[in-house]
Design a protein around this ligand. Sequence first.
Ligand SMILES: Nc1nc2c(c(=O)[nH]1)N[C@H]1C(S)=C(S)[C@@H](COP(=O)(O)OP(=O)(O)OC[C@H]3O[C@@H](n4cnc5c(=O)[nH]c(N)nc54)[C@H](O)[C@@H]3O)O[C@H]1N2
Ligand SMILES: Nc1nc2c(c(=O)[nH]1)N[C@H]1C(S)=C(S)[C@@H](COP(=O)(O)OP(=O)(O)OC[C@H]3O[C@@H](n4cnc5c(=O)[nH]c(N)nc54)[C@H](O)[C@@H]3O)O[C@H]1N2
Ligand code: SF4
Ligand SMILES: [Mo]
Length: 712
Amino acid sequence: MATRVTYCRICEAGCGLLAEVEGERLVSLRPDPDHVVSRGFACAKGTRFAALHASAERVSAPLVRRGGRLEPASWEHAIADAASAIARVRREHGPHSVAVYMGNPGAFSFTTPLFTQALVRALGTRNFFTASSLDCNNKFAVSARMLGSPMTHPVPDLDRARFALLIGTNPAVSQSSFVHAPRMIERLTEIERRGGRVVVVDPRRTETARRVGEHLPIVPDTDAAFLLALLHVVFDEGLEDRAALRDHAAGAEPLRALVRRFSPERVEGATGVAPARIRDIARAFAGSGGAFCHVSTGVNHGTFGSIAYAAKLALELCTGNLDRVGGALVPRGAVDIARVAKLLGFDREPRFTSRIGGFSPVMGALPTGILADEILEPGPERVRALIVVAGNPLLSAPDGDRVKRALTSLDALVCLELFVSDTAAHATHVLPCTDFLERDDFPLAFSQMQPVPFAQWTDAVVPPTGERRPEWEIIADLCREARLPLGGNRLTDAVIRGALRAGGPRRLLAPLLVPRFGLRPLRALRAHPHGLTLDESPAGDFLKRRIGTPSGKVELFPSDVWARAPELERTLDAPGGGALRLITKREALGHNSWMHGNPRLTPHAHAAFLSPADAGRLGVADGDWVRLTTATGSIELPAVVDADVSPGVVAVPHGFGHDPESGWRVAVARGGANVNLLAPSGPRGLDPLSGMCQFVGLEVTLERVARARAAE
Ligand SMILES: Nc1nc2c(c(=O)[nH]1)N[C@H]1C(S)=C(S)[C@@H](COP(=O)(O)OP(=O)(O)OC[C@H]3O[C@@H](n4cnc5c(=O)[nH]c(N)nc54)[C@H](O)[C@@H]3O)O[C@H]1N2
Ligand SMILES: Nc1nc2c(c(=O)[nH]1)N[C@H]1C(S)=C(S)[C@@H](COP(=O)(O)OP(=O)(O)OC[C@H]3O[C@@H](n4cnc5c(=O)[nH]c(N)nc54)[C@H](O)[C@@H]3O)O[C@H]1N2
Ligand code: SF4
Ligand SMILES: [Mo]
């Protein structure tokens, strides 16, 4: 038995793992006590990934649809057949008729985003979609304008902060996002131990709020107004950091004028937060000597996520907490991604707009909320073929019924997958991929999101099972077979293929690591298998030297970022009116729509969580079946009456309601419904600036359809 050091790539915490391996077979995974940051922490999803690695539900040979059924095929045949289907659609209907979707797990491999980009450019399609428009596009779009790069995002200085304001995040379950930091709860608890404060703003008293800090319930989808009221108090009471504003801000005056209209008293009706509480938080934030505000998906998924993120950056800058010890830092990290992107021109968005809705791309991708329309709406440039890399849009994207209609109408649907997911159940080709234990890796995408910057290289822990192949190899083969040069021209194709021949994709990574780790970067990193913490430039360096805006200042008031402010203001005058509002909720033992099939992890039964007050009013008892209906659709599922949920709110986890045709037999048997049948798709449901879709704050009616016992 040998022990190999690696790290988990399911969520952003990136916890260190030790793999016990017998010959070439994985026996078990356990937390790595010597990892430089996670220090022996890992969750059940990570350690029990071994069961998914060996699961009988995995696809380990290519599948090709014949006579309506997915049947095993050789790689040679599967690649030739998929490539010819794609090439045919492209030849007959033009480059935009072939679309690509990359899902969340793609970001955890250093090769997958690179090769997916190379594929998109090879196809010459503008129809590239990613999970980011279901997750965080508001952050990308706003940072591009305010900080000069979509890749620059200040991260909480967790271990030195005196005040933490968490909005719309539940790290006790999720480890959060845009912060590559295991042990979040412990580190937040330490803030309190140091005499600091933690405030958790959430419509539900979450697992996080139960374990640390003060809980501040808020009406769903009103965080932007709440944040602007904090800024109102900062300016109104003269709490701003004048030096920070003078030296590092542009556009402070129009911002000051705008937030004047968002007094704590004015936003009280909409947010449900008492003015005294808003004043107290604003004062404490400004006066703590080190504060950060971390907003996450609960805010991103709302109507005004772009304004909310802009307000959070403004709050940090205006109180002198941006780029300050204990506040929000912009680490240089192992690779200065923002700089590399600038050098390669990746941070400049292409100039096209989408056929449906006229959206501009964000990080090169169009909003997934219009994918179904791009497939279904007639026209010469309609999407007729789709390549899905590590994603499950059937369950993760809004308006699941429409997505299903769209996916089942395609001429070709090629899925690079670990499983026959809900999406892959409708594929023409399923191409089996290696999982994270079967590939070399480096946490490239998260290099600049680490409160304690570190670097770690891992070799594959075990060789691929069966015929699984890495995504990069599949993409390179598909492009060769379809006679499309990787990256869109012969030169990039030659460079990439040359590097692959000379030593595989690590040859493409190494040059990025040379500035930090010398001429033999992988050798340097291998000397530190448990990770290597990095020396960092001092706080203040970002604002002085590295900010990417042409003015060299934080742009507090880019007009398109604030374009919806009048609309936001109108919501203050016409608050909700008693309707129930939908919010999100993550499953501890699942990851988005996948991992529910792990026989060694039993997620909770799918349910809608509502407050005792609403349950009483609507005559619903624990376990009753209820029907939830929005303007888009309706689902039925059991109710859980839960005192942690604020009145007026229904919380429903996503990623359930698996397709009966998927290969996830265990997950299908566990039941549940797809909450995204309730969320709107199409241009009107999306934020015009960022293309973010809305999962939070949707008006929903709830009615009982069966008593608990009758349902059993
Ligand atoms: N209602 C609601 N909807 C949401 C959210 C919400 O909070 N509420 N959250 C949104 C968010 S934040 C996100 S990121 C999206 C996620 O959206 P997606 O990324 O589209 O969906 P996932 O469920 O993460 O599906 C990932 C798929 O990749 C496969 N996979 C896993 N690892 C690998 C790998 O290494 N290689 C390959 N090739 N495949 C792999 C899995 O089997 C799975 O089918 O969902 C969004 N949808
Ligand atoms: N176990 C587990 N871990 C995960 C995932 C998973 O599915 N399962 N998914 C991963 C992914 S892809 C991501 S992006 C991250 C996301 O990490 P987080 O952003 O922390 O996601 P959630 O845990 O869903 O927390 C969102 C919180 O927002 C709250 N919320 C909902 N609506 C509102 C609102 O209007 N205002 C406010 N203030 N709060 C609101 C919800 O109640 C919830 O507690 O988690 C990752 N980690
Ligand atoms: S917290 Fe995330 S990275 Fe850590 S073990 Fe769990 S799933 Fe893996
Ligand atoms: Mo996500």
